[in-house]
Design a protein around this ligand. Structure first.
Ligand SMILES: Cc1ncc(COP(=O)(O)O)c(C=O)c1O
Length: 390
């Protein structure tokens, strides 16, 4: 029988069935219920934040986070070009404009040197507000993305945010449990956002969470996610709100998944180390690895290789039943974002051309990891493909 190794599938082996059944048995299936509160408390205390507000997904978490931080029509928000499109889309949902930044070629997260260059050369400050010299629009915020679980350079980002009065809203959708200077990603910005999509470290099927230490912000986010209802009985609404609340059934799954998070991260890290050991003899490739004072949750395993080989290696692996995928196309190159400002971007395209994600489910077996790395080695040892060091 031919073998298939999926890119990433969830592991559901704890109290998920029990807790979901409890929702069904009691009728608490919608967006009010004990599991929503429990899930929020668990994530808040895990992330080291005072408040957590559960949302329908990571995209809605980011969107409502931006709205609550005051991002509005005509504002600009700095976004890395190398990220999933949701990071930029939420800026457009606010009728604001993303300003795309390059990635660091080693970490693939936002290049803070280039960001500093942009802020120094391409902006001016008036009344404590930073303006883009070219567009004259106010630059209000940065959304750093902790790519594939690897934390961004938060020291530099915090310094720049202070210097230029920029709000940080962390896209920590992929990095629950990853640490920067031993502190949880998601807890550095004014708000941090997580995703519990089916392929994430923990899943609720679909779901998200905003975390913050700011009480007023938390209150406003909670208000906005429940249609901005100002009276619990009468149909009074004092703002344009959203139906962004997570359901109790999904939160029940989330509570059960949170009970296993330490084990999940330990397994992810062990699998990453095994991958790294097994490919260490293949001179053409290397794994995206931790750089600086960080600890990654290794949500996704990312393999770097010389650009000419990316498509051919993907084909080779997929024909052996190994599911892999390229990393995102730089957003500033997509037709919908071609008109948005982009600053001096060169690394993001190279990263797209030279990286793939390898199978990384929590329950992937050692044998399957060996099967994947054997096929990578087989590809590069076959005639014509060996090119030497990356
Ligand atoms: C970097 C990034 N941002 C935002 C999102 C959006 O999260 P969701 O799919 O839960 O809406 C995702 C996940 O898919 C993501 O990977």
């Amino acid at each position: 029988m031919s073998r298939t190794i999926p890119l990433s599938v969830p592991v559901i082996k704890g109290n998920e069935w029990k807790y979901v059944k409890e929702c069904l048995d009691t009728g608490w299936v919608s967006s009010v219920g004990g599991f929503v509160n429990r899930f929020e408390d668990l994530v808040a205390s895990y992330a080291g934040c005072k408040y957590a507000i559960a949302t329908t997904n990571g995209t809605s978490a980011l969107h409502v986070g931006l709205v609550a931080c005051g991002i509005t029509s005509g504002d600009e928000v700095i976004v890395p070009s190398l990220t999933f499109i949701a990071t930029a889309n939420v800026v457009r949902y606010c009728n604001a404009e993303p300003v795309f930044m390059d990635c660091n070629q080693d970490t693939l997260c936002i290049d803070t040197d280039k960001l500093r260059g942009f802020l120094k050369n391409n902006t001016y400050t008036e009344n404590n507000t930073t303006y883009n010299r070219e567009t004259k629009r106010p630059v209000r915020a940065i959304i750093p993305v902790h790519l594939f679980g690897h934390p961004s350079d938060m020291d530099s980002l915090l310094e720049l945010s202070r210097e230029y009065n920029l709000i940080i809203i962390e896209d920590a959708t992929e990095s629950l449990g990853s640490l920067y200077r031993e502190r949880q990603t998601g807890s550095f910005g004014r708000a941090g956002c997580f995703s519990f999509n089916g392929n994430k470290l923990i899943t609720t099927g679909g779901g998200g969470m905003v975390v913050t230490d700011d009480e007023a912000l938390a209150k406003n986010i909670r208000h906005l996610t429940t249609q901005a209802r100002s009276d619990a009985v009468e149909y009074d609404h004092d703002a344009i709100g959203y139906n962004y609340r997570l359901t109790n059934i999904q939160a029940a799954m989330g509570v059960a998944q949170m009970e296993q998070i330490d084990e999940f991260i330990a397994v992810k890290r062990k699998n990453a180390e095994l991958y790294r050991d097994l490919i260490s003899g293949i001179t053409e490739v290397e794994l995206l690895w931790e750089i600086g004072p960080v600890q990654s949750n290794f949500w996704y395993i990312t393999l770097k290789m010389p650009p000419d080989h990316r498509k051919k290696l993907m084909k080779h692996l997929m024909s052996a039943g190994i599911q892999v995928r390229p990393i995102w196309k730089p957003l500033h190159q997509l037709p919908v974002y071609k008109s948005s400002p982009a600053y001096n971007i060169s690394n993001a395209g190279v990263a797209h051309d030279s990286c793939i994600n390898l199978p990384c489910s929590i329950n992937i077996s050692e044998e399957d990891i060996r099967y994947v790395t054997d096929h990578i080695a087989g590809y590069f040892s076959s005639s014509g493909n060996s090119v030497g060091k990356v």
